[in-house]
Design a protein. Sequence first.
Lengths: 465, 465
Amino acid sequence: MTAVASAASELRRRLPAERVVDDPDVLSAMSADQSAWSAVGRAAAGVRPRSSAEVADVVRVCAQLRIPLVPRGAGTGLSGGANALDGCVVLDLSTLDRVLAVNAGDMTVVVQPGVVNNDLKATLASHGLWYPPDPASAASSTIGGNVATNAGGLCCVKYGVTRDYVLGLEAVVGGPVDYGTAVRVGRRTAKGVAGYDLVGLFVGSEGTLGVITEVTLRVRAARGARPRTVVGFFSSLVAAGDAVAKVTAAGIVPAALELLDRACLQAVEDWKHFGLDADAEVLLLAHVDLPGAAGDDEAARLVDCFAAAGATWTAASTDDAEAEALFETRRLVHPAMERRGAVLSEDICVPRSAVPAMLAAIERIGAAHELPIATIAHAGDGNLHPLLVTPRGDSAAAAAAQQAFEEILDAAIELGGTITGEHGVGLLKRAGLRREQSADVLAIQHALKAAFDPLNIFNPGKVLG
Amino acid sequence: MTAVASAASELRRRLPAERVVDDPDVLSAMSADQSAWSAVGRAAAGVRPRSSAEVADVVRVCAQLRIPLVPRGAGTGLSGGANALDGCVVLDLSTLDRVLAVNAGDMTVVVQPGVVNNDLKATLASHGLWYPPDPASAASSTIGGNVATNAGGLCCVKYGVTRDYVLGLEAVVGGPVDYGTAVRVGRRTAKGVAGYDLVGLFVGSEGTLGVITEVTLRVRAARGARPRTVVGFFSSLVAAGDAVAKVTAAGIVPAALELLDRACLQAVEDWKHFGLDADAEVLLLAHVDLPGAAGDDEAARLVDCFAAAGATWTAASTDDAEAEALFETRRLVHPAMERRGAVLSEDICVPRSAVPAMLAAIERIGAAHELPIATIAHAGDGNLHPLLVTPRGDSAAAAAAQQAFEEILDAAIELGGTITGEHGVGLLKRAGLRREQSADVLAIQHALKAAFDPLNIFNPGKVLG
């Protein structure tokens, strides 16, 4: 019997038959995330569990057969973290999609990992509550995947990232305990320091330490008003960088502070003909969500910062439709670039003051490789997403893009930054991680992996290689 | 040669002589924290290092001689975490007290571990910046100690705890690398998810994983105005608990929300004769730090919440002196209780909605042991500090207090809470930790300790026992 047949039959022996997927087409569809450029292995089987106990059974089977287990949510990742490995079991957690408890009095919510981010937001809204993290994938990505990559988004400049909201979780683990043991780590309380921060270890661990089967999140009160938008067009990267610095220096923390470069604007304009300023080099978009007069004041101060930095045009939007249309431009950048070719999404983060230097480095790298790069950035966080575009099927261009991708990582490291702000390491950034972190720090990372997963079955080879 | 002489002489061989302390009186003074009830061992030597390199030397000596290393800052801890162990080297990091860099453009600051919390606040204020965590010990406790215990304070209800501000750190470690290796973990950027969250592991680890020698902190813009104060007196714990619930339900996040029970008020009144309402059972104190009209509005809404819950008296203070006097009452609780006897400080955290039930449990436990317990609480976080007071030298009362201490931990666990919100486990809460966490979770905690410190020299026996 082949390993593939053995995995599927052992899983069928333990689980209801309909949980197990071995149809090659279905299995193939659940074998890759959205990082078009990363390697996808051939899975032995897929499982769609309906409970934490079934997840535990799958972990036991994988441990027994010594085969890799690759957990996934909606597969919206951009680093290959959820890609299948040869001979693995793909564990699709999107079927565990229940909101288990909304505790308004405690300002917490308990969810299964497969709950979609925007679905959670909708459920909470009906209780007057709000879960802030808002990755671009929020309409389809799951909380489990958000936790696994410590997902960010637009509003983290003011409200923090996924890590800041995870209080506790249940995970099926191995290592110091028997493989297939479900443990509850963390807490339900606002504060706590009882033992090591195991929750923090799981957040951003990309499925390499165990399988998350339940998450307890901190939530906030719903925002009273829709955010209003402040916009600024600039004729140079330097001027836009100066505007961001002026916002910081003024002590303003907007609810979003996004940057789109000329290539982004051009791509959206060519597609949608919104009438965006064709001469602008950079667009800054800010969200203000303070209520009433305080919001008016903050919006006015943002306009002042933009103007003082030399904006060619700046204003606070006065109606929702106008504001929404401007942020729509931002959301359209990725699809607009995909119309032009295959898109390789970067995700680097630099100290705030290094944003202009990083943008200049990206321009330089793009020019050197004759590669169109459009950069969209969470400017207030120093988190940049250069999008590298190549004609589909052009292998020379693809090779140039991969070279540029690595050079952008090096430039970020050189500027005191990191190779990933919110997408994770997955497969695509393993070499970059080895350049960012010292051999000693990597030795510690490997020791942690070995302590949690001595059989090396939890998403092996991802992140650390 | 005794182990004691051997440690001191080996340290002198490696370090400038004046760094090494072996005078018994001086050594004794640096051998205990402020937890009067925990065991203090007899140290072999003390060291006051002047650099990270000297810390590394001390770690190497301890690894070579297999003797415990106990790091300490100002010794303001309340759980025995910094208490000397027999034959240990006490490493006093308060001598590493420089602010190394203030990066206003990046909103970060780099400090040595011995910088005092309030000194850092003062330095930052001159740059228009602010580091929020404000433990009661802020006038003397160090950032290194704050990081080691994940210290909280009053303003965490709005601004988060130490963990939320630590971006990166340097630590001298052992385990997967040679003992005495300095590693830099974490980042300087606002966001990042490159590898496991090693920073999060160190925060709250109470010196058991290595010695922190440098910390990179996120900072905020200075608050424009001094916070104003809203006060409410209540005739029952239930009414005060209802007031806190109403604040939560209204979506208000004050900059502090503190609770003092009757025993606190009585102790301060007996000492200072402020004219506090002698009939009140509970005082709630809130800080509002929104500027201008928004602050007026929030203060008015807090008064409404307090009134709706049946406050016997409630008002927003109109001048700074009055507001300051009310918060001064809070600060005086601990010294007022110490005038009455030996104080055993508790630190439990429960889900917000369980605060009234927890207060009732504390009353019940105090009555059962005929023990005066005064409770001060960060009510907005569900973090309570019952202060157990016994006549000095009364060993029967001390035994009763220790029994009550454990029963309070059990009551917190029963209500879904944790045995420590912000003080740490140290020596005093090791039994409680074993009751809060499952055997499986404890096995994982021990595996982490073993991976980082196979020789078991970093503050051995603390936290995990």
